[in-house]
Design a protein around this ligand. Structure first.
Ligand code: FES
Length: 103
């Protein structure tokens, strides 16, 4: 798991960090914070360099949109969902951790 301060995040300015060795993109939408894999499922691009549009983030390389809430690929050329991470908030402290797999 990784911790980050809520007030260090600005809406529309995603940041990249690592969670348990995995690259993760953190994006704030209003007062909500989402964490998804930072690597686009289409080719290799970091989504933290993309643009947040509502609850989606657009890959800067070829323009695929991903849902920040579910990791779902919303538009081509991406077709595969990306991993999402859990975000818990305690005051100003955010904890990002891998989601436990459902069995
Ligand atoms: S690498 Fe992201 S859309 Fe192609």
């Amino acid at each position: 798991m990784t911790q980050i301060a809520f007030d260090s995040l600005l809406p529309g300015k995603p940041v990249a960090l690592e969670v348990d060795g995995k690259p993760v993109c953190i994006a704030r939408v209003g007062d909500e914070v989402f964490a998804i894999s930072n690597i686009c499922s289409h080719s290799y691009a970091e989504l933290s360099d993309g643009e947040v549009k509502g609850f989606a983030i657009e890959c800067w390389l070829h323009g695929a949109d991903f849902d920040l809430r579910t990791g779902e690929a919303l538009t081509l050329p991406a077709t595969e969902a990306i991993e999402t991470f859990s975000v818990t908030r305690d005051g100003n402290d955010l904890t990002i951790s891998p989601k436990t797999k459902e069995k």
